[in-house]
Design a protein around this ligand. Structure first.
Ligand code: SF4
Length: 365
């Protein structure tokens, strides 16, 4: 008989693992928007944003000492530092990002690190594994290497980037991290954007990951102004509501079989972002403060022109606007940064549960 297991929570955002009065905000640093991939559905347009934004606002990119100073200001407020909402944090600025992460950990702030894994090697995997306060979100878009490579926007399939495990080809960064046991401590998650191109393999990936205690964080395509020349094709790749519902149900059924409990009440409109953005404080490469990493609106503030305290006050004063946006979002949404449902469904136990991460319904990265 299958034993009932609680829904695995990412270590970095698990309040039970990381009790703290600093639970007001997640800090999200994009020290770079540069990326070595060109994923289908990348809302950042893969790094094209930063230079134009720097010139548009006549700013400069923050230096390492700037980031560390900003982090010192932020630490009293945050429990988790997210690196990075844009670009690949393990590609550009890696030595600097290492120092930022170590500084966070020394100050009892957990780290949630996003990567597409393309630069992951043994040394990097060792470094991450040694630091228990780092949780990592990798990327796996397809079970076939050629398809995975194409979805990442990379020109060629390179066989050395994949390992065959239990009949499936996995990107090398996942096997490097799994071989070091990160999944045993809920420190390893895998992101995918489910599109017409790859949705048929999503349940296969979901089951494979769940059975090995890796947390799947799968999202739909979220059209944003950041989409560039690929936009039309990307939108064509968006799934129909019925396909989204079917996928949700399949993933839910897999979890039921495995004894992982969550309420199926998402319905067919599961596509919306449910970021509870009042808990996320995003800083981009020029010190730009935005609602979320994918926002292309005028920044709400610039650090260091405004202090962190002032930024929080600005954000709080805009809460009514943000609340309105959230309330207009249809469908069930869970997300690593909030996980509170955008719409409170009557009778749904998840809607009152503050920390679940079943499927990340937020901007893909
Ligand atoms: S989705 Fe992420 S990994 Fe892919 S191109 Fe965009 S920033 Fe890079």
């Amino acid at each position: 008989m299958t034993s009932i297991r609680p829904l695995p929570k990412l270590r970095a955002t698990d309040p039970d693992r990381n009790p703290s009065r600093r639970d007001l905000l997640l800090g999200d640093f994009s020290t770079t928007t540069a990326c070595n991939a060109r994923c289908l559905g990348c809302y950042t347009n893969a790094g094209l944003l930063a230079r134009s934004e720097r010139d548009r606002y006549s700013r400069r990119f923050l230096s390492e000492s700037d980031w560390l100073q900003l982090l010192d200001e932020l630490i009293p407020y945050i429990r988790t530092l997210v690196l990075s909402g844009l670009g690949d944090a393990t590609f550009q600025n890696w030595p600097m990002n290492q120092r930022i992460m170590d500084h966070s950990l020394r100050n009892d702030v957990q780290v949630l690190l996003f990567t597409n894994g393309l630069t992951m090697n043994d040394a990097m995997a060792d470094w991450i594994a040694e630091r228990k306060g780092i949780t990592i979100i990798g990327k796996w878009l397809h079970t076939e290497p050629l398809e995975n490579q194409a979805l990442l926007g990379l020109p060629k399939h390179r066989t050395e980037d994949y390992d065959k495990r239990d009949g499936l080809y996995l990107p090398r960064h996942l096997t490097l991290l799994m071989d070091r046991g990160l999944q045993a401590d809920n420190r390893l998650a895998v992101a995918s954007t489910m599109l017409k191109w790859n949705h048929s393999v999503a349940p296969v990936q979901w089951r494979w990951l769940r059975e090995r205690n890796v947390i799947p964080i799968f999202s739909w395509l979220v059209p944003t102004p950041g989409m560039g020349r690929m936009a039309k094709f990307e939108l064509h790749q968006d799934l129909e509501p019925s396909e989204k519902e079917r996928l949700t149900r399949e993933c839910w059924q897999i979890d039921q079989e495995l004894g992982i409990q969550w309420d199926y009440c998402m319905g067919p409109k599961i596509s919306a972002s449910g970021c509870k953005d009042d808990r996320l404080l995003y800083f981009g490469p020029i010190g730009d403060v935005r609602v979320c990493p994918s926002s292309h609106d005028t920044p709400q503030a610039f650090w260091p022109d405004q202090s962190v305290e002032e930024v929080i006050a600005i954000k709080s004063s805009q809460e009514s606007v943000l609340g309105g946006i959230r309330n207009s979002i249809e469908g069930k949404a869970t997300c690593i940064c909030s996980t509170l449902c955008a719409n409170q469904h009557s009778g749904c136990s998840m809607s009152s549960s503050p920390e679940v991460n079943v499927i990340q319904i937020t901007k893909n990265s």
